[in-house]
Write a protein that binds this ligand. Structure first.
Ligand code: SF4
Ligand code: SF4
Length: 187
C-alpha cells in the first residue's frame, strides 16, 4: 500500500479547545505527526485512495468491521493474521481493509496505542506519511494554525467528509481562498 498513515485512535474527539489543552505548540505537528489527523473525530484520508463516494467508504468500513468482528483477534499473531488476510494493495472501494469501526470511532486496530507500543501497521502502510495539507500546516505559525483549526471546527463536518477533504486538499484550498478574501477586504 505504501503511503498511508494512521487514523489515530488514542486521542479523544477534538475540538479546537481540546487541541490547545492537549498539545503544546511543539506537539501540534512534526515530520511524522499532526493534530489534523485527530480533528473531527479522526481522519482516514490516507487510509486508502481513489475514494468513490462517502457511501462506498462507509460500506467498506462496515464490511471491514464485520470481518474484524468475525475474526475477533486477541493476540498479536491474530491481529497480524487479520491484517494479512488480504494484500496491502487489495483495497475495498479504495479503502484499506484494516480500517474498522472501533468503540471510540473509526480507526486502525493495528495502531501502537492498542498494542502496548508495538506498531502492527509497519510494513503494511507508510506510518510516517503526511498529506500535503499536514505538511503545509507544519510550516505555519501558531496564529495561522489556530485559524485553520477554528475553520475546521466551524465547518462541523462528519469525519468521512472531513477525511475526503483533507486527502484532496479541498479544506486547505477553501481556507486559502477565505483568508485571501479576508486579507483583500482589509486593504
Ligand atoms: S493499516 Fe491502518 S493506518 Fe494503515 S492504511 Fe490501513 S487502516 Fe490506515
Ligand atoms: S489525510 Fe492528512 S490529516 Fe488525514 S490522516 Fe492523513 S495525514 Fe492525517
Amino acid at each position: 500500500m505504501g503511503d498511508y498513515v494512521t487514523v489515530s485512535v488514542d486521542v479523544p474527539v477534538n475540538v479546537r479547545g481540546d487541541v490547545q489543552e492537549q498539545f503544546s505548540e511543539l506537539q501540534r505537528t512534526n515530520k511524522h505527526f499532526t493534530v489534523l489527523c485527530q480533528q473531527n473525530g479522526g481522519c482516514m484520508g490516507c487510509c486508502g485512495h481513489d475514494f468513490l463516494s462517502k457511501e462506498k467508504i462507509n460500506e467498506a468500513i462496515r464490511m471491514n468491521t464485520a470481518e474484524f468482528a468475525e475474526t475477533r483477534p486477541n493476540t498479536t499473531q491474530e491481529y497480524v493474521r487479520f491484517r494479512d488476510r488480504n494484500a496491502a494493495s487489495d483495497l475495498r472501494h479504495g479503502v484499506c481493509r484494516n480500517l474498522v469501526k472501533l468503540e471510540e470511532g473509526i480507526g486502525c486496530p493495528l495502531h501502537p496505542a492498542r498494542h502496548k507500543g508495538e506498531d502492527l501497521r509497519e510494513g503494511h502502510c507508510d506510518i510516517h506519511y503526511l498529506c500535503d495539507t499536514a505538511k503545509a500546516f507544519a510550516t505555519w505559525d501558531v496564529t495561522k494554525q489556530d485559524e485553520f483549526l477554528q475553520f475546521i471546527a466551524a465547518r462541523k463536518l462528519d469525519n468521512i467528509t472531513y477525511s475526503i477533504l483533507m486527502d484532496s486538499g479541498g479544506l486547505w484550498n477553501e481556507f486559502r481562498l477565505k483568508r485571501r478574501g479576508a486579507l483583500q477586504g482589509m486593504r
